[in-house]
Design a protein around this ligand. Sequence first.
Ligand SMILES: [Zn+2]
Length: 237
Amino acid sequence: MIFLRFLIFCLFLPSTAAFAAPPLVAVDVGHGLVNSGALSARGRSEFEFNQVFAGVLAGALRQRDLGVREINFAGDIGSLAERPAQAVGSDFFIAIHHDSISEAYLQFWDWDGSEASYTEVKRGFGIFVSAQNPQLATSLRCASSLGAMLRRAGFSPSSWHGRRHRAADAENGVWYYDNLVVLYRTTLPAVLFEAGVIKHREEELELLDPERQARMADALATAIAACLFVIEKSAPE
Ligand SMILES: [Zn+2]
């Protein structure tokens, strides 16, 4: 029996020893308790949406045996630059946001006894990369994978971003947003993800649906895992 255990131990030793530490994904919750971002059509802060969805995504990543570094999950981070600083040592950076729309396109309604603003013209997800990121090619490849996987899962990118942003891969909802601190002040491949438009009344309700959140997080986690595998394979020795 002891010999058998030893044999099994020896058989498994080389393969387990060959595994490096699992890839580490830095998940950053956009905004915070103090500057909580835009308000939804029903008056909920963007930070609350970001915090919930980042938690769902972290769970989906861990299910795939990826490591997760949680950044600003409590909403109390000190500065924008601290976000990429906390991500150092990770393999990939994703900032979680939810989208709004500029004031010119807002309409107004009565929600819960007070006036709130909403839009009917913009909805859908968006993925942003910075051309100033030192790992631009990898960031773009991962961003396109994220968008393609989301589309396969039934989600639609917003075409609205084409008004202000240069397209990187419009079909998959990927756009350039060069001056974002979280994207260029890092040496990691990095994307900023806008899950949807919280000013859109129907999309807001969809974004609050736990089943949909899980499906979206699942698509993202699948794409990130695949992308990290490619990065690892193509990394110089
Ligand atoms: Zn935001």
